[in-house]
Design a protein around this ligand. Sequence first.
Ligand code: TRP
Length: 334
Amino acid sequence: MAGERKRVLSGMRPSGKLHLGHLHGVLDNWKSLQEEYDCFFFVADWHALTTNYQTSGTIRPNIREMVLDWLAVGIDPSKATIFVQSDIKEHAELHLLLSMITPVSWLERNPTYKEQQQQLKEKDLSTYGFLGYPVLQAADIIIYKAHKVPVGIDQLPHVELTREITRRFNYLYGEVFPVPDALLTEVPKLPGLDGRKMSKSYGNSIFLSDSADEVRKKISTMITDVERPRKSDPGDPEERCVAFNLHRLYVPSERRKEIVEECKAASLGCVKCKKELAEAVIAHLEPVWRRREEFSRDPGMVDKILGHGAERARGFAANTMKEVREALWNQNAG
Ligand code: TRP
């Protein structure tokens, strides 16, 4: 029964088009979770505003692109609840209430707070909202009484803070919320075209929405084994080849073994090898493109899905907020 399953909640900031790193790092994981748990997956547009408040107009179009990518890879609105954070005003109310009980010192020692301020020097992030980023995240999570929060390692401090804030709320006002656990997502090594981590800001990404020709072109520029400048040099793909990390994901293991042998024997050249790789990646992405195309053909489709998701999420969040107000305003009563 749906009502008896444990709840999973996770969110992504709307950064626009997603790439293969997101697919293998996050979305494949969400896809298997939706089979087993009552999943809430949402677009964290208010969180995007904490760093992009000066370019707020760019956020909306990114939501649509990102949700299309979710749907295209198989995040299924009949299995998971998919919605946009700012559609559920209850998150904001809970955020406000949690902000009352969260010591500023907990937020100031949050490692991502300092790190991001340093990294994004061009932006003024000395705002109240940015400091409170993890408080909003805590509200996102506990308003659905989530048991599990799948996140990458960079988000662990935020989930830890959520747990501390939750315990403090429960201690002050009564046991309203389960204390959620992080579900650490193992991210397979997926370097970008240049060997650095695949990231939109490095310009080294293969996007889910790239065309077959773009995939071919991008893969042809990929770094291979730098110690094998000529085809006649024997290579060591498992140790040194950047492109081979994609082989591990897309080329069946039997063929992969042959490729290793041929590369080591200097009989297979990188150009040919990458052509074969590109076709394997394309074969994997074809169903994704087909579904993306289906979902984008009907212009009202994404809105409809997000509308249904918001309805379900709102019902849940509104119930929680009733309990929260009850517990908070009647503290120690009776
Ligand atoms: N901070 C998360 C990120 O940048 C996004 C996010 C917002 C989130 N609220 C959340 C993730 C709640 C998990 C749970 O990736």
